[in-house]
Design a protein around this ligand. Structure first.
Ligand code: GAL
Length: 661
């Protein structure tokens, strides 16, 4: 696939007489793909059963005449008013029992059979018309799935789902330990929706029920997605791909399951928290690449600014260019902006766009045009390439949900914990694959995992990995829960006790930080503090203790905090029994990576520049400060067409390098 530069175009917002100038300016900016049709249901089916697709075809044709390919978004995130008026039961219901009102988006009840049928009908019209159209290269289903509906329909569907999942009420009652608080169910219809927290009732629902609800939500979204994917595939030529635009680390459903029905994953990256920050913002690229273990599309990003944060600052000059190259460096095959031109009214009037309401370029247009030139010039370097990572960081929605239901320490944010492992690696320009806990681990040197929900399959893959000579880092709260979110009877890490050579005697939520000191076998720098969480590790006979707790509460004093168990064949398990402070965690993960033989993409002094490699090309990106460093070899810099050995970049500068032969 070539490197695409794209934009979301909503031609239906403007009279057709304006389109030609729009598309001419797109071509001039180097735009190679537009996404259109998304949210356009009321323009495509103005009355029930009356379809109006000609305007869309004219837009597709105009784009094609200017050498621009099309991605069609199915319009199902924004049903027309006639639809929600005639069929109010398709509207999502909030936890308080109130249905959504018309005029927003993503407000449908994903469990509604009627809505699925209506979606299928409009998508079928589109697929019939454009499925064999060579000007259309692919499809995006709906937009950023996110809404959960607590309707009567959802409740019945959940109960039916549980019945299929457990087979019998006995099995369910046992899995959820329902004798507790008299939750015992004698009929499927008694099982409630997990509405605790709503209506001012604060007592939480059963952890088993809550986990299964999230899995049910995953399955209904998967069904919703498939309903459209199937109809598209029935009409589409095989070259047309199908994707969905996800939202980074959003955890409303299990993304690995949904991605099974897609050709590749896409995501929408925005910067509500401030300027591009590699440590914070690259993880979601690596996560999205891990959904299918292949490159992804950045389906949306901001042309300068957004309109929905506290302060919607415009990105600095040059930053938008750097953002795009960061995505490419992490495996994006397309960078698409949201959006081309603002509608005169509607909820997003203040959002960044390439073109102003007067039809003329806004300042950011020139920068995106520079990107278009760069993609045209060097894009082929990335054809068929992806990243090669020696480290896998394991991630699981079920683990995140289970911990979030019972954090035990308000600040135990499972995502922050995952990021604590990602940061030391990415700072060192070590490529990381963020993968499902169920992924195949062959080929990695280092795997980092904290599988809170443990099953035999997960345990066996980790055992095999270590038996093959791999280094495994095991984090806190590993091996605590079963797939039903029940407790394992064994002490954590349950099925991994032998592999890790430890068991957890007791766990402690920490009000105050606890000091850690190096044990006899450890380097002297292994010293610092832990906060939020500490586990009292009991080492087995051949387990090396690397750090111990200093006096704290009596229980933890002098107990093992960090251990290492060496295995034949060079394999090793490092158990980190506490949430370490940042400097200690950074030093320790850096050291373990070295022990595991993991190499940075390029040896660049820390905090100088961000570097990733795709195929033979190194993409170097400076942050807010200028960057300067020596390369170990002479290189061709492809954006400027020069040869160099010293990289010197201004703030947000980018270099694309290949070693000179
Ligand atoms: C995204 C959404 C787009 C647009 C954008 C604005 O979440 O998919 O349609 O609303 O936000 O930043």
């Amino acid at each position: 696939m070539p490197l695409h530069l794209g934009v979301a175009w909503y031609p239906e917002h403007w009279p057709e007489s304006r389109w030609i100038e729009d598309v001419r300016l797109m071509r001039e900016a180097g735009i190679t793909v537009v996404r259109l049709g998304e949210f356009a249901w009321s323009s495509l089916e103005p009355e029930e059963g009356e379809f109006a697709l000609d305007w869309l075809e004219r837009a597709v044709a105009l784009a094609a005449e200017h050498g621009i390919a099309c991605v069609l978004g199915t319009p199902t995130a924004a049903p027309p008013a006639w639809l929600t008026q005639r069929y109010p039961d398709v509207l999502a219901v909030n936890p308080d029992g109130r249905p959504a009102t018309h005029g927003t988006r993503c407000h449908y009840d994903v469990t509604s059979e009627r809505y699925l049928a209506l979606c299928r009908r409009i998508v079928e019209q589109l697929a019939r018309r454009f499925g064999r159209d060579p000007r259309v290269i692919g499809w995006q289903i709906d937009n950023e799935f996110n809404t959960v509906s607590y309707s009567e329909n959802a409740r019945r569907a959940f109960q039916a789902w549980l019945r299929a999942h457990y087979g019998s009420l006995d099995a369910l009652n046992q899995a959820w330990a329902t004798a507790y608080w008299s939750q015992h169910y004698t009929d499927w219809s008694q099982i409630p929706l997990p509405l605790s927290g709503a209506h001012g009732f604060n007592q939480p629902h059963n952890p088993g029920l809550r986990l299964k609800w999230r899995q049910f939500v995953t399955d209904v979204y998967r069904r919703f997605l498939r309903n459209q994917v199937e109809v598209i595939r029935a009409y589409a030529r095989p070259e047309q791909w199908v994707t969905h635009n996800f939202m980074g680390f959003f955890d409303g459903f299990d993304h690995y399951a949904l991605c099974e029905d897609l050709d590749f994953a896409a995501w929408d990256q925005y910067f509500p928290e401030g300027p591009l920050c590699f440590e914070r913002d690259c993880a979601a690229h690596d996560l999205t690449r891990g959904f299918k273990r292949r490159n992804f599309w950045l389906m949306e990003t901001q042309p300068g600014s957004i309109n929905w944060s506290d302060v919607n600052q415009v990105q600095a000059k040059g930053e938008t260019f750097a953002v795009a190259w960061t995505a490419v460096a992490h495996g994006a095959d397309a960078v698409c902006y949201w959006q081309w031109r603002n509608a005169l009214n509607g909820q997003e009037q203040y959002h960044g766009s390439l073109i102003a309401p007067d039809g003329k370029p806004r300042p950011i247009y020139e920068e995106i045009k520079r990107l278009g030139e760069a993609f045209r010039r060097v894009g082929t370097l990335f054809d068929g390439t992806t990243l090669h990572a020696e480290v896998a960081l394991l991630h699981s929605y079920a683990d995140r949900w289970a911990i979030d239901f019972q954090r035990h320490h308000a600040r135990f944010d499972p995502l922050a914990y995952l990021r604590a492992f990602y940061t030391p690696l990415i700072r060192r320009n070590i490529a990381v694959d963020i993968l499902s806990t169920h992924a195949d681990l062959q080929g990695y040197k280092l795997v980092i995992a904290a599988p809170h929900i443990m099953d035999e399959a997960i345990a066996q893959r980790l055992r095999d990995f270590v038996a093959g000579g791999g280094h495994l880092v095991l984090g806190v709260r590993s091996g605590v829960k079963t797939r039903d979110n029940a407790l394992w009877q064994q002490r954590p890490p349950a099925l991994l006790q032998d592999l890790a050579g430890v068991h957890v005697e007791e766990y402690f939520a920490l009000r105050e930080p606890i000091a850690l000191v190096p044990a006899e076998a450890a380097p002297a720098w292994l010293r610092g503090t832990a906060s939020i969480w500490a586990e009292w590790l009991v080492p087995g006979a051949n387990t090396i203790v690397l750090a111990r707790y200093a006096p704290y509460n009596g229980w933890l004093d002098a107990q093992a905090a960090i251990t290492l168990k060496r295995h034949p064949n060079g394999g090793a398990v490092w158990t980190l029994g506490a949430w370490l402070d940042e400097p200690l965690h950074d030093a320790l993960i850096g050291w373990i990576a070295e022990q595991a033989g993991v190499q940075p993409v390029l040896p660049v002094p820390l905090e100088t520049a961000h570097v990733m490699r795709r195929g033979s090309a190194y993409i170097v990106i400076a942050g807010e400060k200028p960057a300067r460093f020596e390369l170990p070899w002479r290189a061709r810099e492809h954006l400027s067409g020069t040869t160099l050995q010293t990289v010197a970049l201004p703030p947000w500068g980018v270099a694309v390098l290949t070693p000179e032969p």
